[in-house]
Design a protein around this ligand. Structure first.
Ligand code: NDP
Length: 493
């Protein structure tokens, strides 16, 4: 990484600044206009409607994307049904595995191109899309390809059968990774898919559709219908969809659950979170600082399992907050395409407005704000990394999902109090514990009402490890063998 020396007078300490280190965008070709991917081909939408997708780092439009209406979704579901009955369903597990392995290898081969596209359309730092998102995406396809011909060994004693057509609706925070979490296990288990990516980040799903076309995946096995919430509701509500998998806000998750109640459709919901990150006085504090920073500022805080509530043992509260503030001052906010950037662009204007509104509520309810005075780019959607101290449990910033780079800090005196406060939320997706005592980790983990509990680390993901929530964070698990179960009928022993 190059460092540029900024000239200083002989009395001043030398100042060093990072030289720009931009990833090239030349590797990516973006079409002016995209159709819908249905039955193995890109076609114009019957709705005749298109919407722009922007680069949130610059506010420049990247492309025009078709908006699928009801008739388009009907076509996609019909194509998925035919493929399920005629090609993918009857195909042996070993043959399905070959297709999925081929897709996994092609993702690996094109990972740089896909990472650049993900950053352009979504605003996340290139170092994250390149080193975290894309390797995990390929990893999920490899992992589930391995299960496709071994399903009866995955669940001894039951005869697993696919469900049929899966309707999948995914959000904008990890567009390709959420696609992988859903598409890979669905295909491995023998289902076909109709996928609706988020309105603000459709491009990587369309690139993935093209990749599967080149990989020779039979037509209709994967269909991608772009659009906004309305398109999502056509997918979810379609009578011929057997399984719905949704990741997004708790509010929309509740709507979907109500709509599907009383139908035979299977449902998994991966919803919001307000993860508790708990630091005890005996923790390795400098590592804990890194863990807390990663827990909330990774992907601009657009992470459902982000450690957005920090509980620090009272005896070290001030020292730990000082260390965090010092670290915050070194975070680099700006162009996501620069390899030095730690915090990229907020995904959309709407999300930026939501973050601003919640941060304002934190100020007006009496919490104390700290932000480094880093300069933000003139154009694009950006927000400085932010800490709030003096937060009480009733503040909105301690209760509501901000989904941005904002950390609310509270304190505790005893482990019992930490458990009580950490569980005081309608959500239950993730938690993190920092202590040097193994017995305390186990004691705490037992009491955390969260689907994932990390100990002395945070935000670690693995294709073989299940992920999912309790309470209003949803139900069902993605990843690991559990992720296959969500796409199989295992009612017959
Ligand atoms: P949404 O829940 O609205 O979006 C998630 C996905 O669902 C998108 O593809 C969206 O389409 C689609 N969708 C929206 N309405 C419906 C519907 N009625 N039926 C079917 N599908 C629908 O989240 P937002 O993007 O509005 O984000 C709002 C808040 O949700 C965030 O601030 C954050 O707190 C939380 N969130 C949590 C996520 C998580 O991973 N847990 C992910 C994303 C958001 P479209 O995007 O095109 O509108």
């Amino acid at each position: 990484m190059a460092l540029t020396r900024i000239p200083s007078t002989s009395h001043e300490p030398l100042l060093w600044e990072y030289a720009e280190s931009k990833e090239s965008t030349e590797i990516v070709e973006i079409d002016d206009k995209y159709g819908l991917y249905i039955d193995g081909e890109f076609r114009a939408a019957k709705s005749k409607s298109y919407f722009p997708t922007l680069n949130p780092a610059t506010e420049e439009p990247l492309s025009q994307v078709a908006e699928a209406g009801e008739a388009d979704v009907n076509d996609a579901v019909a194509a998925a049904r035919t493929a399920y009955e005629e090609t993918w369903g009857p195909m042996s597990g070993a043959e399905r595995a070959k297709h999925i392995f081929r897709i996994a290898r092609m993702i690996q081969e094109r990972s740089r191109e896909l990472a650049v596209l993900e950053t352009l359309d979504g605003g996340k730092p290139i170092k994250e899309s390149r080193d975290i998102d894309l390797p995990l995406v390929a990893g999920h396809f490899f992992y589930y390809a391995g299960w496709a011909d071994k399903l009866e060994y995955a669940f001894p004693g039951i005869k697993p059968k696919p469900l049929g057509v899966a309707g999948q609706v995914i959000p904008w925070n990890f567009p390709m990774l959420m696609l992988a979490w859903k598409v890979a296990p669905a295909l491995a288990a023998g289902n076909t898919v109709v996928l609706k990516p988020a309105e603000t980040t459709p491009l990587s799903a369309l690139a993935f559709a093209r990749l599967t076309q080149e990989a020779g995946l039979p037509p209709g096995v994967l269909n991608v219908v772009t659009g906004a919430g309305k398109t999502g509701s056509f997918v979810v509500g379609h009578d011929d969809v057997d399984k719905v998998a949704f990741t997004g806000s708790t509010a929309v998750g509740k709507l979907i659950q109500k709509e599907l109640a009383g139908t035979s459709k299977k449902l998994t919901l991966e919803l919001g979170g307000k993860g508790a990150h708990i630091v005890f006085e005996d923790a390795p504090l400098d590592q804990a600082v890194e863990g807390v920073i990663n827990g909330i500022f990774f992907n601009q805080g657009h992470v459902c399992c982000a450690g957005s509530r920090l509980f620090v043992e009272e005896s070290i509260h001030d020292r730990f907050v000082d260390k965090l503030k010092r670290r915050l001052n070194t975070l680099r906010v700006g162009d996501p395409m620069d390899k030095n950037t730690d915090i990229g662009a907020i995904n959309s204007k709407a999300q930026l407005d939501r973050i601003n509104e919640l941060v304002e509520s934190g100020r007006s309810e009496g919490a104390e704000i700290f932000q480094p005075d880093s300069e933000l780019p003139k154009r694009g959607f950006y927000f400085r990394p932010t800490l709030f101290t003096g937060v009480s449990q009733s503040h909105r910033i301690a209760q509501e999902e901000i989904f941005g780079p904002v950390l609310s800090i509270l304190s505790f005196r005893t482990p019992e109090e930490a458990v009580e406060k950490a569980n005081n939320t309608p959500y239950g997706l993730s938690a993190g514990i920092w202590t040097s005592k193994g017995s305390r980790i186990l004691w705490m983990a037992d009491r955390m009402r969260a689907g994932v509990v990390w100990a002395n680390t945070f935000n670690k993901f693995d294709p073989a490890s299940p992920f999912g929530g309790y309470k209003e964070s949803g139900f069902g698990r993605e990843g690991g063998r559990h992720g296959l179960l969500a796409y199989m009928d295992w009612s017959e022993g």
